[in-house]
Design a protein around this ligand. Structure first.
Ligand code: C2E
Ligand code: MG
Ligand code: MG
Ligand code: MG
Length: 293
């Protein structure tokens, strides 16, 4: 009896495994079709200068408009894309589409054209010919390299650091900016950080969420602001959700801010509209409302 019972379980388990495998295969087929077709779209999240509240640029965030599952965020399909290698054509598509879109932004008189930040995965960075491909994408879009910022996480840098740093140098030589994304979640040493040819340091949003937690939260965020100043990097506070957090990172000397408090990621049409607006995105004064410790 026990044996039969066990066999039943195994069969159920097998059936479930089988179902999951099929679902994954189907999703993979759908994703491949989406990359080749019209299934992917980009949402654009504003990044502002903390001093003035003015727009600095947008981060391109990929979305998948799935025929039956609706609008999917990266968490639902990036792991699959990474496992299957589809991440490479996906990232290439995002870079090209975002560069073309950014080339269309026409800022108000006297305003600098917004920058466009694009995320890269480890698989991309270790591809031979990455630099040439990015140069081609910029040329094809008619976007000056200075307007592109490539975002890399610390995790990209943990394997094969010599080759990665070489690639990063070559990208800098092209004229594009390089941001270290989700900073604080990896384990870069201080000396390693100093050797990286980066322009921007993006503090992970988990540290911003801890700002009000008392204890070490505010001290850590302050330390990163000072680290950025010491290394003459542009510092970006990610995940700013409240006026208080905005005021706090501003007072601590961060350069830029990004988060739902400023704006959620928006459609391409809405981004064009925002790019055209002359005034600050975050009103002056609002940022002084928060209380500081
Ligand atoms: P990320 O590069 O750190 O991007 C910021 C993420 O935080 C985005 O999530 C954004 O919607 C979210 N976010 C922004 N402000 C706030 C806030 O105030 N509160 C909270 N809770 N979240 C906020 P999203 O769009 O789901 O993207 C998640 C991650 O997926 C990105 O993290 C990035 O690592 C990756 N990703 C997105 N697009 C691409 C892409 O085109 N290529 C690659 N390789 N990765 C991408
Ligand atoms: Mg990013
Ligand atoms: Mg990030
Ligand atoms: Mg992140």
């Amino acid at each position: 009896h026990a044996k039969a019972h066990h066999r039943g379980h195994t069969q159920m388990f097998d059936a479930e495994m089988h179902r999951q495998t099929l679902e994954r295969l189907e999703l993979e087929t759908d994703l491949r079709a989406a990359i080749d077709g019209e299934g992917l779209e980009i949402h654009y999240q504003p990044i502002v200068h903390l001093r003035s509240g003015h727009l600095r640029g947008f981060e391109a965030l990929v979305r998948w408009r799935h025929p039956t599952r609706g609008l999917l965020t990266p968490a639902a399909f990036l792991p699959l894309a990474q496992d299957t290698g589809l991440i490479v054509p996906l990232d290439r598509w995002v870079l090209r589409a975002a560069a073309r879109e950014a080339a269309c932004w026409s800022p108000a008189p006297g305003c600098a054209p917004p920058s466009i930040s694009v995320n890269l995965t480890a698989a991309q960075v270790h591809l031979p010919g990455l630099c040439a491909d990015i140069a081609r994408a910029l040329q094809g879009a008619g976007l000056p390299p200075e307007r592109l910022i490539l975002e890399l996480t610390e995790h990209v840098l943990t394997n094969d650091s010599a080759g990665t740093i070489q690639t990063m140098r070559a990208l800098r030589d092209l004229g594009v900016g390089l941001a270290l994304d989700d900073f604080g979640t990896g384990y870069s040493s201080l000396s390693y950080l100093r050797r990286l040819p980066i322009t921007d340091l993006k503090l992970d949003r988990s540290f911003i969420a801890d700002l009000n937690a008392g204890s070490a939260g505010p001290a850590l965020v302050r330390t990163v602001a000072e680290l950025g100043q010491a290394l003459t990097l542009t510092t970006v506070a990610e995940g700013i959700e409240t006026a208080q957090q905005y005021a706090h990172v501003r007072a601590l000397g961060f350069t830029l801010a990004q988060g739902y408090y400023i704006s959620r990621p928006v459609s391409a049409e809405a981004a064009r509209e925002l790019a055209r607006q002359p005034g600050p995105l975050v009103a002056a004064g609002v940022d002084d409302a928060g209380t500081l410790p």
